[in-house]
Write a new protein. Structure first.
Ligand SMILES: NC(=O)c1ccc[n+]([C@@H]2O[C@H](COP(=O)([O-])OP(=O)(O)OC[C@H]3O[C@@H](n4cnc5c(N)ncnc54)[C@H](OP(=O)(O)O)[C@@H]3O)[C@@H](O)[C@H]2O)c1
Length: 299
């Protein structure tokens, strides 16, 4: 490992494993910290500059061990459904703060904390509020932390567009969240991973927030139609009130792999678009890929 090692919490996840690859491309060594290091070994076993260690962000000792000697840290840990002691507060606020505080204590020079567009400590949605509180807690513990707020992300193994595409192929009548008016700006997961690697590479660290939204803003209905068009489908899209989705998601969350969750429904009720006054891909000299471009590559 070289002296520019970056510890990636969540480095086995959908975004995290891309972050690992992009960090390597930029010459960093990487230490993947997750509860299942075997996944890291399976993904990156042949690269001697990538190590996988077992770490749980709820545990002070394992966070400290994973950070020892690191130049930078990325927190790309997620929690989409609360279960038992795994709560949004615990993961997105307390443990996010733990990683930031331990990083500061260990003299780590760079911290990129992954949050999400729309994070807001005053939101009525528990999930969105906890993401907002988490950002504040991270900055309080590590003043120069970089906050990365992706829009909803897509890529070959995503849980959003790929799922939508599969469902559009199967269902002749497609139920939309509400009237399909929510505005979305999907970002390609590889572009977000590159943004994180470039943000860590900057020579000076300042408390900067990057909002990573893709090249086009769609209404949810427009996005579904664009995805259907790429697959030569002509689905009938029908509006379903959000109240009905909340009830459905409440039941779905009892399943081991819920097809829809209440926080997904809440997220679909508010626009998810980067604000023009925030820094984003442009400042990192990244031209983000469009949904259509990536779907064409995937087909
Ligand atoms: N996906 C999107 O569209 C999207 C959009 C906006 C923002 N984001 C944000 O981007 C970040 C990454 O999301 P993702 O979709 O890539 O998540 P993901 O695929 O679910 O991956 C989550 C990662 O977190 C690790 N993890 C979970 N609990 C942990 C714990 N207690 N200790 C240590 N590691 C733990 C998991 O590994 P183990 O299970 O092995 O521990 C896994 O590597 C999250 O902050 C998410 O909210 C995602």
């Amino acid at each position: 490992m070289n002296d520019r090692t970056v510890t990636v919490f969540g480095g086995t996840g959908f975004l995290g494993r891309r972050v690992v690859r992009h960090l390597r491309k930029h010459g960093f060594s990487v230490q993947i910290a997750s509860r299942h290091p075997d996944r890291g070994h399976r993904l990156f076993g042949l690269d001697p500059q990538i190590q996988s260690v077992e770490a749980n962000i709820h545990d002070e000792r394992s966070v400290a061990d994973a950070l020892a000697g690191a130049f930078g840290v990325v927190n790309a840990v997620s929690l989409y459904v609360e279960h038992g002691q795994e709560t949004f507060h615990c993961v997105h606020v307390e443990s996010a703060e733990r990683v930031a505080a331990q990083a500061h204590r260990a003299g780590v020079e760079r911290l990129a904390h992954v949050s999400g567009i729309g994070s807001d400590a005053a939101s009525p949605s528990l999930y969105i509020r906890k993401r907002g509180e988490g950002e504040l807690a991270v900055r309080a513990a590590f003043a120069d932390a970089t906050l990365i707020r992706p829009a909803v992300m897509f890529g070959p193994d995503d849980a959003f567009l790929t799922t939508n595409l599969k469902l559009l192929r199967r269902l002749p009548i497609y139920p939309m969240f509400g009237r399909g008016l929510t505005r979305l700006q999907p970002a390609y997961v590889e572009d977000v991973a590159e943004a994180i690697a470039r943000a860590l590479q900057r020579t000076k660290m300042h408390a900067i927030t990057f909002e990573c939204g893709g090249p086009r803003v769609y209404s949810y209905e427009e996005l579904l139609r664009a995805v259907a068009h790429e697959a030569s489908l002509k689905p009938m899209l029908i509006p379903i009130p959000f109240a009905a989705w909340h009830v459905l998601a409440w039941f779905a969350e009892m399943l081991p792999n819920p097809p829809v969750t209440r926080n997904q429904v809440e997220l679909m009720q508010v626009d998810n678009v980067s604000s023009p006054e925030m820094r984003g891909f442009g400042q990192l000299e990244i031209s983000p890929h469009s949904v259509e471009e990536i779907l064409q590559q995937m087909s």
